[in-house]
Design a protein around this ligand. Sequence first.
Ligand SMILES: [Zn+2]
Ligand SMILES: [Zn+2]
Length: 322
Amino acid sequence: MKWFLAFGAQILLIAITFATPARAQADFRVTLLGTGAPPPLPDRFGPATLVEAGDQKLLFDAGRGATIRLFQLKIPLRNVGPLFLTHFHSDHVSGIPDIWLSGWLGAPWARRTTPFHVIGPVGTKELMTNLERAYAADIRIRIADENYPPEGVAVISEEFQKEGIIYEKNGIRVIAFEVDHGDAIKPTYGYRIEYKGRTVVISGDTRFSENVIKYATGVDLLIHEVAAIRPELENDAQVRRVMAHHTSPQEAGRVFSRARPKLAAYTHFVLLARPNVPSVTFAELTAQTRETYDGPLEIGEDLMAFEIDENRVTVKRWPSSK
Ligand SMILES: [Zn+2]
Ligand SMILES: [Zn+2]
């Protein structure tokens, strides 16, 4: 009997061990790695969004500092991919060499042994081929000197020509859709990510876009870019050019009001300032959004995470998000 009890307890223990995931979290989780835009702000790195679904870790854009944020999350770089690109503005791609090449190093947080996979609109192959050319010396030296596997630094680039399903694996589906970042900035895409009946949309860089509303209607989480300025800057020609490529808080509010996501969250803050004119505050940004939208809204921060369950989206702020 004693033996039986001990044996039973052991089985129970094993059952509990298998039932408890190593990292207690939802199986569909989105983390804002970088919520900034071109300005090199220490607290808002370049655009990058991590989407974890089951055991997959997809990355959407790789702006400045994405690798640092992944390191903060203790996610080995070898486990991240594919990388999906929205468009080719440098703030969205300048972090690629870091995650690609640092991820190949022999350190425990790196050690990629399979190719780095990048999926994006037409232009992705050219970008990646040119990066391979730019870093050819490093690649050659490390293979010869440190014996790293050439497969771990190889690149697989995939391009899509038009909107539609561009990735499907283990229950996750990624749909690319066109957005409107201005006539000269094409191609530019947003992404809709579906997993087990739950859905996230990432707007990418866009001005007010009916297509974002079309693809984001009824989603769990809509992550949207935003740009705002004080009225004093409205006549500044350069500021006007930038603003014409982005979505104002009132316009974003209209998108949210029509799409009605369970939660809307801002990222990619374009809050222009000049030496004599400060940027719009987040309180003002929220108030301007409230002119056209009264639903759930979050001002995104770097490392803010969203856990998406069947019924709700839970926001976790860093460092309590783990
Ligand atoms: Zn941008
Ligand atoms: Zn852009």
